[in-house]
Design a protein around this ligand. Structure first.
Ligand SMILES: [Zn+2]
Length: 84
């Protein structure tokens, strides 16, 4: 018997926000995640820090990975061959 499945998860997301649309020089607005003021805008135009969104994505991916580890499963799509 080996006990419960366990493992480490390391997720690093780095969004590419080089487009000028991500900077609004006109006004700072509260980030939709941390509520601190920012000139940055997400792709939809909402005020958001890049790092806040990256952290949120990382948290969701890490949670998904932890569930897969706990069940020691892999997504069906990762093991299925795709034919065209
Ligand atoms: Zn923020």
């Amino acid at each position: 018997m080996t006990g419960s499945p366990s493992g480490a998860v390391t997720i690093r997301v780095c969004l590419t926000w080089q487009d000028r649309g991500h900077w609004d020089a006109r006004a700072q607005r509260p980030c939709r995640i941390c509520r601190q003021p920012t000139n940055l805008r997400d792709t939809a135009g909402a005020a958001a820090h890049k790092r806040c969104i990256e952290d949120a994505i990382e948290a969701k991916v890490a949670e998904f990975a932890r569930r897969l580890i706990a069940a020691e499963t892999t997504p069906i799509h990762a093991t299925r061959e795709v034919s065209s």
